[in-house]
Design a protein around this ligand. Structure first.
Ligand SMILES: O=C(O)c1cc(C(=O)O)c2c(n1)C(=O)C(=O)c1cc(C(=O)O)[nH]c1-2
Length: 261
């Protein structure tokens, strides 16, 4: 689909209530990402273009760890509600990807290599005690959404991953080019995500296209993706307000100047 076709779709107002074809549903989902994914957030542009200092990058990695830590919790909540063994078999791989098969393996461990490499204290990172309150609330909102909504909406809420490979590619090349305190090795987390995210997203997209069989379900799928874009967006809003401008760091949250060695 070309860019003008993407922009032509109003992602909030969906005119009539006719059933969409699977291709039309996919086009709507892609239009939501094109408009609302967190690659449009100013904090991401600052991060990728080298305009953050080490303390600000530390704050990003520390807060993103909360998202990483909770992804397997939300996938376990989702898994617990799947009746179909075949679907459960596919979905459980997401938990393995994050937790690994043994200590030191998997996405969470790789994210901790990044926070280590950035000079953050591992116990502080793992404790979550220096998180921004809004990070905590956004991540919890995602877990609650997956627990409480229909399985179809829960699966649809993972569809932000459709848009992740592009931003990950930009992030890795941008951070390597622009920060001398970031090495290829410390960004190893993203190497795995580059092949995991498309597999996960393609599977979830195919699932929602085959299972959203009424217009109401199709609208619910679109709303789930909008919700998830808001989760990611609000996490970056919080980072921007606390660490870029107006530098309003909440009480108890990470203070870069003190921690940056
Ligand atoms: O780096 C990113 O921008 C980014 C975005 C997303 C996303 O779009 O939700 C995920 C990830 N990374 C990621 O690493 C990850 O494991 C992940 C799991 C999920 C999910 O909703 O199940 N999203 C994402």
């Amino acid at each position: 689909m070309n860019a003008s076709a993407t922009q032509a779709i109003d992602t909030d107002f969906i005119g009539d209530d006719a059933l969409l074809t699977p291709a039309q549903l996919e086009a709507r989902l892609r239009a939501i990402g094109a408009e609302r994914y967190h690659d449009k957030h100013p904090f991401h542009h600052l991060l990728h273009s080298g305009r953050l200092n080490r303390g600000q990058v530390q704050a990003w990695a520390l807060n993103r760890f909360e998202y990483q830590r909770c992804i397997p919790l939300k996938d376990a909540a989702l898994l617990a509600r799947i009746e179909d063994p075949q679907l459960r078999r596919v979905w459980r791989q997401r938990i393995v990807d994050h937790d690994g098969e043994r200590d030191g393996d998997g996405g969470i461990a790789r994210w901790l290599h990044l926070t280590d490499a950035l000079g953050l204290d591992r116990a502080m990172v793992e404790s979550g005690r220096a998180l921004l309150p809004a990070t905590r609330f956004a991540v919890q909102a995602y877990i609650h959404f997956v627990r409480e909504r229909s399985l179809l909406e829960a699966i649809a809420s993972s569809l932000t991953e459709l848009f992740a490979p592009t931003i990950i590619g930009q992030r890795v090349s941008g951070m390597l080019a622009n920060y001398d305190f970031v090495s290829r090795q410390s960004l190893a987390y993203f190497d795995s995500r580059l092949h995991q995210a498309p597999q996960d997203a393609d599977f979830a997209l195919d699932y929602v296209k085959r299972n959203a069989l009424t217009r109401e379900q199709q609208d619910a799928v679109c709303a789930a993706l909008r919700f998830k874009c808001e989760v990611l967006w609000s996490m970056l809003d919080a980072l921007h307000l606390a660490y870029v401008e107006p530098r309003l760091i909440p009480p108890g949250a990470f203070r870069p100047d003190e921690a940056a060695a």
